[in-house]
Design a protein around this ligand. Structure first.
Ligand code: F3S
Length: 395
């Protein structure tokens, strides 16, 4: 790789140990992927924040990077394993809480904004079209590339941190326009409205793309409208089931692409088949969670409308970014929702929180949530619209 003078200095250790280690990671990555140079990034999103995933070896590495590392660009964090303030009310073990705080402190020491959300684009880490960024978190990567038209690879935790500490990333993959063209056209012939249905569509398309090395970027037509919440649900799902980091949706997403000749259809039957997989037949629901990806203020507003003056009978969480909850606090949605017995879980979510075995059945509007609840937590799942999930919580 051809490095600029400052990048060579970083590699030689002239800007500290953490920066040197970071540049070593990035050069190695660049060599693996045949990048010829580094390019500047303006925004970073770091995943791998839960202590449940990092454990002591991960934490030790972070502590070492935090000794002299300081981020050079706007950097935010993915959800942690708990609400950093309200963890007791969510039943988190104090020992886990202590360790999770050590993780977040290490990130804070490096100058990272410890917002802990998978929807950084809703709370101020919002790149513009064509901006080069280095994001981890599959749903946010898919959203940034596809809905916003920014350019990022699917970074891992270490490579995202390395980009934050150096301000650069190797130029390969989705940073190059020629790698952003669609490979397959998918025509949707089913009715798709609401976050749950968009999640189901993400599963159908993700399952088509999964494991297919030639079709990684779909050109999707047949969707006449989609709001931001529906698109974030779709991104989370298609990234989970298909490993998709970029899609084009005719009339909705901003990137230009050639339209591939190869055509596949998504029918009502495909959607119904996917729904069957997302729903366990005998799911006895004792847990309801909304906000995967993290709930927007519009979704929180809708929940407040649905529960005003009522009481839930099951453990129910709304997972969201803390800045979004602050808006909800201000306008009174939080008071209504909490009066109904629902708990806010900021900074975390029903997937990364250490809740394996605590519940039997989860109702959620998130297809991604179902995937991890079934696989990681061994819960049975019910995949329903937001309204039906709230109905389940109240019943
Ligand atoms: Fe976000 Fe957790 Fe879902 S990180 S996308 S709320 S699994």
């Amino acid at each position: 790789m051809k490095l600029m003078a400052i990048e060579k200095e970083m590699l030689a250790g002239k800007h500290g140990k953490a920066t040197q280690k970071s540049m070593e990671i990035l050069v190695t990555l660049g060599e693996i992927y045949d990048a010829t140079r580094m390019i500047p990034v303006t925004s970073v999103q770091i995943a791998g924040v839960s202590y449940a995933n990092l454990r002591e070896p991960g934490l030790e590495w972070l502590a070492e990077m935090a000794r002299d590392g300081k981020v050079r660009v706007l950097t935010t964090l993915n959800p942690a394993g708990m609400d950093l303030d309200n963890w007791r009310a969510l039943g988190i073990d104090p020992e886990f809480a202590k360790n999770q705080k050590r993780v977040v402190d290490a990130f804070a020491k490096m100058g990272i904004i410890t917002t802990c959300t998978c929807t950084p684009y809703l709370i101020g880490n919002l790149p513009h079209f064509g901006e080069h960024i280095a994001w981890a978190e599959s749903s946010a990567v898919c959203f940034a590339n596809s809905v916003i038209g920014a350019q990022t690879n699917r970074e891992g935790g270490p490579s995202a941190l390395a980009a934050a500490l150096t301000g650069v990333t190797p130029e390969y993959g989705y940073h190059l326009d020629e790698n952003r063209q669609a490979h397959i056209t998918i025509k949707v012939k089913a009715k798709v409205r609401g976050t749950a249905r968009f999640g189901t569509l993400g599963k159908v398309i993700g399952d088509i793309l999964d494991g297919n090395a030639e079709w990684t970027i779909p050109y999707i037509k047949g969707i006449s409208q989609a709001n931001t919440d529906e698109l974030k649900a779709f991104c989370a799902s298609v990234a989970t089931y298909g490993g998709t980091a970029l899609f084009h949706m005719r009339g909705i997403t901003p990137n230009k692409t050639k339209v591939p000749q190869d055509l596949l259809l998504v029918t009502e039957k495909d959607m119904a088949d996917a729904e069957k997989e997302l729903n366990d037949e005998e799911a006895a629901i004792d847990f309801v969670s909304i906000g995967c990806p993290h709930a927007s203020i519009r979704e929180i507003r809708r929940i407040a409308e649905l529960v005003e003056g009522k009481q839930v009978t099951k453990e129910t969480w709304v997972t969201t970014a803390r800045p979004t909850k602050r808006i909800a606090d201000r306008v009174g949605y939080t008071a209504i929702i909490e009066a109904a017995g629902i708990k806010f879980a900021c900074d975390t979510c029903c997937v990364v929180a250490p809740i394996k075995g605590r519940f039997k059945g989860l109702a959620t509007d998130s297809a991604k949530g179902c995937y991890y609840a079934q696989g990681r937590h061994k819960f049975k799942t019910k995949h329903r619209s937001l309204e039906e999930c709230i109905e389940e919580a109240l019943s």
